[in-house]
Design a protein around this ligand. Sequence first.
Ligand SMILES: NC(=O)c1ccc[n+]([C@@H]2O[C@H](COP(=O)([O-])OP(=O)(O)OC[C@H]3O[C@@H](n4cnc5c(N)ncnc54)[C@H](O)[C@@H]3O)[C@@H](O)[C@H]2O)c1
Length: 341
Amino acid sequence: MSGRLRFGLVGAGGIAQSYAQAFERSQRGQLVAVADVRPEAAKALGEVFGCPSFGSHEAMAEAVSLEAVVVCTPPVSHMDICHDFLERKVPVLCEKPLAIDSASARHMIETAKQAGVRFTMASKFRYAEDVVRAKAIVSSGILGEIVLFENAFTSRVDMTQRWNSKPAISGGGVLIDNGTHSVDLIRYFLGPIADVQCVEGKRSQGLDVEETVRIFVRSTAGVLGSIDLSWSINKELESYINIYGTHGTISVGWRESRYRQSSGRDWVVFGKGYDKVQAFTAQIDNFVGAIRGEEALLITAADALASVEVVETAYADLRRSHWVKIKGGAKSKPAMAARPA
Ligand SMILES: NC(=O)c1ccc[n+]([C@@H]2O[C@H](COP(=O)([O-])OP(=O)(O)OC[C@H]3O[C@@H](n4cnc5c(N)ncnc54)[C@H](O)[C@@H]3O)[C@@H](O)[C@H]2O)c1
């Protein structure tokens, strides 16, 4: 099938700007309408594409014939917006996190199933070229048996004035925000996750949600993964994924990626590093291909649900204390509840 699929976009804020760049590049999807509860934001983006804008997603759905929609609104709104489009039989690509809890995620997926339309979560890193190539290298077996996976997304960002730090809107802090990307990546490389542990670090911004966490996961195959997430610090790392196998190591970096087999002396450099617009374009194109029945979704609805479940379980663990007191030691400051139980 040819021609570009007609997309609507809901939520013309920060991440919508990356979608705008991706739609400019995509050969498979075109933006034909924009909606935002801030009509001026919808209008500004609509003008760039020469397409109509609306003050609500319902108004857009009524007025424009859409073949797909991208939902780029804050997490708490995902369920209602996605539900509305799915009931209208419009396929939906919903920004991460799919939902703020697994009950909502299941409800959305069931609605899509009943409607018989494509529905999944957007999580850009799986579509990054270097990540896809790293996955192929790991799967080839040249690094031996994978024993340890490490991922870090740490970048100091002032969240005091943003919805991201308001648990009723975001569902939590850095764990549900950046952590959703991490969990999706770790599942891409290691398969299903069996166990999770999560501990919280210091809050430097005084937010009502966690700012820094370290997560440990164990895959069903017994591979250990560790994830560092923070809105408070920047670890200044060159890579965001490091995977260690019995016969070698691979590193996916922001500027380039590389691997080394233990039997060889040299690192083999591959890829060009992280290109956000490339990742968003590939994500749109894969969604179009799946709608047209030409290819499988790289992130399925089942993957999306699993990521919500892992994050939810990590929150349950975060609320417990893992620490064992040192006899005679000073009392540590307990972290506040990251999100309501
Ligand atoms: N993939 C990524 O790298 C990435 C990066 C940032 C954010 N995100 C995700 O994208 C989503 C949006 O984040 P953002 O940073 O762009 O937020 P943002 O606050 O910059 O933009 C959200 C927009 O949605 C609008 N909005 C809110 N409720 C609405 C509703 N009911 N109907 C229509 N419009 C509504 C707001 O007015 C705002 O313009 C979140 O789910 C977030 O987790 C993903």
